[in-house]
Design a protein around this ligand. Structure first.
Ligand SMILES: [Zn+2]
Length: 199
C-alpha cells in the first residue's frame, strides 16, 4: 500500500522517470515540490513547458536552438567547410567547451543501432550529405562516441563519402574506448581534436 494519494504518486512516478533519479530521490523531490511556495513549483512547471515548446533542432545542423539557426551556424567566424559530426547536442556542448574547434557541427540525433530500430533514416545523415555537397566541405571530423555503435555509425558515413572530395578524420583515441564524450574532460577533448587522424 502506498502512503500517498494518486496526485503525489503521479508526481513521484514522473520524477522517477528522470535519468539518475531512484525511488528515494523521487520521493524527496516530490515532498520538496509539495512544501515549496506555489510560484516556485509552478515556475518549474512553466520552465518545462516553455522549453518543450520553444527549443527545437537547428534547421542546418540539428543542434538545439530557440530560433531558426543555432548560435554556431549563425556565427560568421566559424569555418563552414569543416563539419564535426556528433551523436547528440550534449556531445557538441562537450567539444565546444574544449575551445579547440572552429568549424561547425552536425548532430545525428542518435547512432546506428539495428537492435533499437535506429537505421540511417532515423538519423540526420541525408541532410549531412546535402550540406557536404552544397557547402564544398573540406573536412568531416567524426566525433561519434568511441563505442561499437558510434564507430559503426562513423564507418557507415565515411563509406557514403568515399567518392566525395572530402577529408574524413576521427578524434584521436585520447578518449578511452567505450566511454562517452559527455564525460570526457576539456583537456582530453582538446587533445583528441588536435590529434585527429584520417579515418
Ligand atoms: Zn546549427
Amino acid at each position: 500500500m502506498s502512503p500517498y494519494g494518486p496526485a503525489m504518486n503521479r508526481l513521484i512516478e514522473q520524477f522517477e522517470m528522470l535519468p539518475g533519479i531512484g525511488r528515494k530521490s523521487a520521493e524527496r523531490l516530490a515532498h520538496h515540490i509539495l512544501m515549496c511556495k506555489p510560484e516556485e513549483a509552478l515556475g518549474l512547471a512553466e520552465a518545462i513547458r516553455v522549453v518543450k515548446t520553444t527549443v527545437r533542432p537547428c534547421s542546418i545542423c540539428f543542434n538545439l536552438t530557440e530560433g531558426e539557426a543555432c548560435s554556431i551556424c549563425s556565427d560568421p567566424r566559424r569555418d563552414r567547410q569543416v563539419i564535426c559530426v556528433v551523436e547528440q547536442p550534449r556531445d557538441l556542448i562537450s567539444i565546444e567547451s574544449s575551445g579547440a574547434f572552429q568549424g561547425v557541427y552536425h548532430v545525428l540525433q542518435g547512432r546506428l543501432s539495428p537492435l533499437e530500430g535506429m537505421g540511417p533514416e532515423q538519423l540526420t545523415i541525408e541532410p549531412l550529405m546535402k550540406r557536404i555537397r552544397r557547402d564544398g566541405v573540406r573536412e568531416v571530423v567524426m566525433a561519434t562516441n568511441p563505442t561499437l555503435e558510434g564507430d559503426g555509425t562513423a564507418l557507415f558515413i565515411s563509406n557514403l563519402l568515399a567518392d566525395q572530395p572530402v577529408k574524413i578524420t576521427r578524434l584521436a583515441r585520447g578518449i578511452p574506448s567505450g566511454s562517452v564524450l559527455e564525460f570526457a574532460n576539456r583537456e582530453m577533448l582538446a587533445d583528441a581534436l588536435r590529434g585527429r587522424q584520417a579515418f
